[in-house]
Each structure stands twice: as structure tokens, then as C-alpha cells.
Ligand binder design. Sequence first.
Ligand code: AMP
Length: 358
Amino acid sequence: MTEALPPGSVIGILGGGQLGRMLAMAAARLGLRAHIFEPGANPPAGQVAERCVTAAYEDSAALRDFASGVDVITFEFENVPTAALDLLEMSRPIRPSRRALAVSQDRLAEKTFLNDCGLATAPFALVDDLEGLKVALSEIGVPSILKTRRFGYDGKGQARLGALDDAPGAWDSVAGAPSVLEGFVDFTAEISVIAARGLDRRVACFDPGENVHEGGILRRTTVPARIPASTKSDAVLIAARILNALDYVGVIGVELFVTQAGLVVNEFAPRVHNSGHWTQNGCAIDQFEQHIRAVAGWPLGDGKRHSDVVMENLIGDDMDRLPQLMADPAAALHLYGKAETRAGRKMGHVNHIQSGEG
Ligand code: AMP
């Protein structure tokens, strides 16, 4: 492993949210140092990193300076402009690659890539204007979901259509942004696979988790997912196929719908993922350490599950339950250090440990 970065090396992380914070903590535990680049002031990751740069992703001088102080660059946020990566990759390796990020940033590119890999997605059609939406509706039908091609997360930039008359309202609610219309998938469960690929091309997957969303935001992940063993292996094989096709290095989160006809890929995130937070208390090596190991060129760790876990996000007012959660000996708390509690804001999560056996 000549390419493995030695302890003391610096991991540059683009984005300073809770994912960056937990990556920086994992890096520190391995004797590595984390530098954060984040446009917003006082980000959660800044509290636990060696250095935190506050600058815009368009600030070339700040990007160059940041790159000169790190050994490798990764990201915790998929809406980093690719132009910033173009500049950074002239001086330092970026893991995962710009291509993985670019594909995931555009729902059209993402679905096309997935279909080209032989993987099923929801039926979809491109929508560029209201007329186009009507044509797409005649192809895809209802119920369906209009999603902006870019910058959607946690259910934002989406509108559901239950009737053909919903077209003008849906088009207004995506503010006329280039979009795709997706057929509604009749799923029995939503699952996700958190998987990693190392610089040595080895792939390691965590157990699939079963996810429940409310209002487009992840509420809970239960592991193990209540699905047949064959569905679990299919899910893991799908994640591995995506990783290999992208020649990926790092952790990826792949979200899937379980249907009567098999698995349908919803989307993937080229980073550590909220539905992988259970690994912090369910596995010896969690998703954050696994990602740091991959980007630092270290061998991947063992992602085997030693405990069953229910991960619950603490969103907005959920923080009022903190005294009870603190008093529960089987509740592993992870708080993000955000000063202000706001409705819909992810403030932390709790891993409820269910058993001591894998
Ligand atoms: P997304 O932002 O694409 O992950 O969508 C957020 C959530 O909306 C998903 O986790 C699903 O619960 C639901 N959803 C998104 N797309 C579809 C679809 N094509 N069919 C059914 N449900 C969907």
C-alpha cells in the first residue's frame, strides 16, 4: 500500500455540515487531520477540525490555498460546483472523482447512467417547460413526481401530481427549473445500501437498512431491513456495480425501492449518507471511518454488523426529548453542535441499540 497516506496527513473536506463533522472526527481517531472548506460561517465541522476556511466555492484563490495545505480532497456535500473541483484537482487528488459527483448532481445524467449499467429506475421523462410537462404526463401518467434535475435534497424541489390538471401548479412549484417527471413507484419498502470502494478496488458493503421518510426527510433507518436475504444480496450487488462503473473511491449511499418486480434505484449520493449513521453503533468500523480509510488509500475495514440498530433523526423540536434520550442507556446520542434549532433542521440523531448480536 505505497499510496496510503501516513498518520499526520491532512484530509481536505468540502462542506462543513454534520457529515463533515463526523468525517473529521473519524479522521482524528486515525491520527489524520481534517481541514474544512465551507461558505457558511461557524459550521458544525469547524468545531472539531484542525482548520476551517470560510470562503465561497467560486473563490479561486481560497480554493488554491486550501488545496496547498491538504494531501487529498473529499466532499460531504454533493452540490459543490464542478468548476471548484476542476481547479482543485490540478493540485490534489479528489476522491471520489469529479465524474461521480457530476453524474449524481443531475437527475437526468444519474438515471441515464443507472440504466446504462443495466439497473432499473422509475420511468422518467425530461421536462423543460409546461408544454413539455404535459407531453411527459401523457407518457408517464399519474401518480407521478416532478423533480428538479439539480439541487434537490430532502424532498425539496419536488412536486407530486395526482391528476393531469396538477401540471401548472407543479410547474410553478419547481419555479420553472429544468426537471424530470418520474412515474410513482409502488414500493413495499425503501432501503439503502452504504458501500465503500478502496483505492485497491476492493468493495465492502454495510447491511442494507430500511428507511422511513416523512415529508421527504429521512425519519428512521432500521437495520436489519425486513426483506428477504435474496433482496439484500441484490441490493449489495447493485451498489457494487455502481461503484465499479464509476471507478469510485470512498463511501456511497444508494437508495432503492423494493417492489414486487424487484429493486428499483431511486438515487445515489456520492458521500457518506444519513441512512448510514446506524453504522456508528452497529459496526466496528463505521461509514465515516470507512470513507476516510478509502480516501487516504488505506485498506477498508470490516463493515459487518455486530448489533441491530434503529437510527432516528432528531429534527427541529425533537430536541425537546433530549432529557429522556439522555436517560436511556441504550440510546447512543450524536449531536451536531448547531446553535439554533429550526423546524425541519437536522440537529442530531440517536442510535437505539436493539441487541448485542449480529
Ligand atoms: P428523493 O429526494 O428523490 O430521494 O425523494 C424523497 C422521497 O420521496 C423518497 O425517499 C420516496 O419516499 C419518495 N419518492 C421519490 N421518488 C419517488 C418515486 N418515483 N416513486 C415513489 N416515491 C418516490
